[in-house]
Design a protein. Structure first.
Length: 196
């Protein structure tokens, strides 16, 4: 295969791996199983990464990188800080919609993939914090401690991934992310006074 084809073929394989892993998880697959399911050779899979564990990490990292790029493109389409926060939270929920419970469980159980998830959760927390700070400064979000909002979002996201939210509420991950988005957006844009 010409060297110019290798990056394109690797990216095609990552797309297929992402789709398979999001739908069915990855723990139950060996490299031979993956090759059979994707109708490719083991050599093609090993062009993605040199071991099954590294293939999984590459696919999980690719999923989050691609999702982040799409989310940021949506956020960048608006210059209203309140709208940007809403877009960000809704886009996170939409991007995680295809992820099955089995995918989340496998990520939670496999340390290197869980590290990728946690890195992305921390990034999301910082991004929410920044968007809240911008919205408060612009006067379009009610005054609130932005770091607290970011930390709270990170904790809920981690609880969703571990399955704790589903166990407590019956909501699957996609539903939980949508409710988290609603909670954050509504609580920061609500203008009425609340009694404590």
């Amino acid at each position: 295969m010409p060297s110019s084809e290798k990056p394109r073929r690797r990216e095609e394989m990552l797309v297929q791996l992402r789709e398979l892993f999001l739908a069915e998880g990855f723990a139950s697959f060996g490299v031979g199983d993956l090759a059979e399911r994707l109708r490719c050779s083991r050599t093609t899979l090993y062009a993605v990464a040199p071991s099954k564990e590294q293939i999984v990490v590459a696919a999980v990292r690719s999923f989050f990188r691609t999702a982040a790029e799409r989310i940021e493109a949506r956020v960048g389409a608006s210059d209203d800080p309140a709208r940007q926060l809403a877009i960000y939270m809704e886009a996170v929920a939409a991007e995680l919609q295809p992820a099955s419970a089995v995918f989340f469980a496998d990520v939670a159980e496999f340390g290197p993939a869980n590290e990728v998830y946690q890195e992305n959760t921390q990034y999301a927390a910082r991004r929410v914090q920044d968007l809240v700070t911008e919205g408060v400064k612009a006067g379009v979000l009610r005054p609130i401690h932005a770091s607290f909002v970011g930390a709270a979002v990170a904790e809920v996201m981690s609880s969703i991934q571990r399955g704790a939210i589903q166990a407590a509420t019956g909501l699957d991950a996609a539903q939980a992310y949508r409710h988290l988005a609603d909670l954050v957006i509504t609580s920061l844009t609500e203008r009425t006074e609340r009694a404590l």
